[in-house]
Design a protein around this ligand. Structure first.
Ligand code: IPE
Ligand code: IPE
Ligand code: MG
Length: 246
């Protein structure tokens, strides 16, 4: 007779992350803020690999918000440059690792160089299915709801929850199971307003460049302890324990 094995805690299918704290990471080291953003790219690569290794199928990250244009012009142009350079440098390896890249957000307002990088990366990695990596860039949850509603209106389609969901920018993936925000703030900052309706949230003080596998495992473990009720009662959702093995 073999001993009953403990059920492995569930791994979220879809994790979404507000990658916050790059600027503070740099300031603490007397470095320019852009150094923190550069370090943030490495943290994202590490996180994508770690998610894949743990069986996560979709990772959605917030890289540049609709409101981030209001930052000092040097920071915005530094971020745009870094984004274009990082795309050129990192996409081949991500492609080799089977990652499908999707860029979520408003394309109007992005430079030709950035747009070209986005389009090339999406076309190259489209057949990959190991991990979907959605990069929210020039993205806002309000923008997404408005563009979806406008699309339905222009096509004369009734505004229902189902139609709106299908018109939103993340229609190709299920809603996030777990939303993580690094950097110590407890707010959503216009991230997945519609899609996070029933996500579990984990907030950590770790600054994004310091977010490593251990932190990811802590967040996944916290997720595993949550009871997701989706409006039902605890009795309705809890799985009765299986009878003891004789
Ligand atoms: C998140 O880090 C990255 C972007 C918003 C582009 P921040 O740049 O917001 O870092 P902090 O919050 O100032 O430390
Ligand atoms: C949210 O972080 C946006 C991204 C991580 C891209 P912010 O640093 O812009 O959010 P606030 O301003 O602190 O709410
Ligand atoms: Mg911030």
């Amino acid at each position: 007779m073999s001993a009953p094995t403990a059920l492995a805690p569930p791994v979220p299918h879809h994790i979404a992350i507000v990658m916050d704290g790059n600027g503070r990471w740099a300031s603490k080291r007397f470095l320019p803020r852009i150094a923190g953003h550069k370090q943030g790219v490495d943290s994202l690569k590490r996180c994508a690999r770690a998610c894949d290794a743990r069986g996560v199928k979709v990772l959605t990250v917030f890289a540049f918000s609709s409101e981030n244009w209001q930052r000092p012009v040097e920071e915005v142009s530094g971020l745009m440059d870094l984004f274009a350079v990082a795309l050129g440098r990192e996409v081949p390896q991500l492609h080799a690792d089977g990652v499908q890249l999707r860029f979520i957000g408003e394309r109007v307002g992005l430079s030709a160089r950035v747009l070209q990088g986005i389009e090339k990366a999406e076309a190259l990695t489209a057949p990959n299915a190991r991990l979907i990596l959605n990069i929210c860039f020039n993205y806002g949850g309000r923008w997404d709801i408005v563009q979806a509603a406008a699309r339905l209106a222009s096509q004369g389609i009734a505004v229902t929850e189902q139609h709106l969901s299908q018109a939103m920018a993340l229609a190709h993936v299920p809603d996030p199971d777990l939303v993580i925000r690094t950097g110590g703030e407890w707010r959503i900052s216009n991230f997945l307003l519609w899609q996070s309706a029933y996500s579990e949230f984990v907030f950590t003080d770790k600054l994004w460049p310091d977010f490593d596998e251990t932190e990811l495992d802590l967040a996944i473990a916290a997720f595993g302890r949550r009871e997701r009720r989706f409006g039902k009662t605890s009795d309705q959702v809890c799985i009765p324990p299986s009878p003891a093995v004789a």
